[in-house]
Design a protein around this ligand. Structure first.
Ligand SMILES: [Zn+2]
Length: 134
């Protein structure tokens, strides 16, 4: 399988993943999966953009997007220092998110993106709906 990203872009992608720091969000998701008897998920996917979880049977790729890194409107945490730098960085992250979603859709995956704040509140309806349809 060829990578949809150039080498340079790939290293950007990898860096952005490290900076996500959403381990606690992932663990919360696993808790929610167990509580709602959601099965068939896999971690450590090597698909484009490295989804946090995939459901191979339904071909659903799930991303847990950190509200800060991916620019959710739920909070305005752009640090006062270097605000332009952060705004640019978040803008790039969002553009990359869209590119990843497009690339996965092209390969026949459905993409679900849950915000960190939704996950914390246990709101994973978007995912549940997608899995049922599949
Ligand atoms: Zn949010």
């Amino acid at each position: 399988m060829t990578d949809v990203f150039s080498k340079k872009k790939r290293s950007d992608v990898m860096r952005s993943i490290k900076s996500k720091g959403n381990r606690s969000t992932e663990l919360k998701l696993i808790e929610l999966f167990k509580a709602r008897r959601i099965v068939g998920w896999r971690r450590n996917s090597t698909l484009s953009g490295r989804p946090d979880f995939i459901f191979p049977k339904q071909r659903v790729a799930l991303f847990a997007d950190g509200c800060f890194w991916h620019g959710h409107s739920c909070r305005n945490l752009t640090p006062a220092q270097n605000a332009d730098y952060w705004r640019e960085k978040i803008k790039r992250n969002r553009a990359r998110d869209r590119a990843v979603t497009r690339a996965l859709k092209k390969k026949g995956w459905r993409v679900v993106r849950l915000w960190e704040c939704e996950i914390k509140k246990g709101k994973i309806g978007k995912l549940e709906k997608c899995l049922v349809i599949g």
